[in-house]
Design a protein around this ligand. Structure first.
Ligand SMILES: CC(C)(COP(=O)(O)OP(=O)(O)OC[C@H]1O[C@@H](n2cnc3c(N)ncnc32)[C@H](O)[C@@H]1OP(=O)(O)O)[C@@H](O)C(=O)NCCC(=O)NCCS
Length: 166
């Protein structure tokens, strides 16, 4: 679908056996909240259709996990996306988004959402780039202020909403 796919590792839905590798990528990402290994097991099984992994030489080098919020089924929410350091800048994250959206669009999904902290430049570049490539409007609004997190020890999360998507 895009320029990046000729050089990509295999992209496929996640399965239970991938959960530990995904959890490890999160630990190494340097910027993502770590959830429990059990949470990733659920995301790789019950939410497998809404996720994707990038596999190169039998190794998981990128992943995307998300879901459709029950009250907004026309929206696909990106919970977390990360690519291993050595594989960044090759279009793997956009390819993961494309792979999942190819599955979501026939389900009447029209919007992509995520929350991003102000300091996460790579994440902003990814989502704004995605909106640009999709020629879709991109809205930003406050999502979760710091005081909703324990001891306020978390940067504010800003919601980014992209769509409608074709
Ligand atoms: C954010 C992160 C996942 C990006 O992964 P990546 O595979 O290195 O992403 P890339 O840089 O190759 O892709 C972004 C580029 O794709 C472009 N792009 C976006 N959508 C695209 C699409 N559909 N088709 C083609 N290109 C697209 C963007 O414009 C951007 O290009 P630019 O850097 O030239 O502006 C990675 O930096 C990471 O793992 N960071 C740590 C974890 C994190 O912060 N995750 C996000 C919060 S959940």
């Amino acid at each position: 679908m895009h320029r990046t796919q000729q050089i990509l590792p295999t992209i496929r839905p996640p399965r239970a056996e991938d959960a530990t590798a995904i959890w490890s990528l999160v630990q190494k990402s340097g910027s993502l909240d770590s959830n429990s290994p059990y949470a990733y097991l659920l995301l790789c099984t019950d939410f497998s259709e809404a996720g994707a992994v990038a596999e190169a030489d039998g190794e998981i080098v990128g992943f995307l996990v998300g879901y459709r919020p029950p009250t907004r089924p026309e929206t696909y929410f990106v919970w977390q996306i990360a690519v291993a350091d050595a594989y960044r800048g090759r279009g793997i994250a956009p390819a993961l988004l494309d792979a999942v959206l190819d599955r979501m669009l026939p389900l009447e999904v029209k919007f992509l959402e995520a929350t991003v902290t102000a300091s996460n430049a790579a994440s902003w570049a990814l989502f704004r780039g995605f909106a640009r490539h999709a020629s879709a409007p991109c809205f930003e609004q406050p999502a979760f202020p710091s005081d909703l997190f324990p001891d306020g020890a978390h940067e504010e999360e800003v919601r980014i909403r992209i769509g409608p998507l074709d």
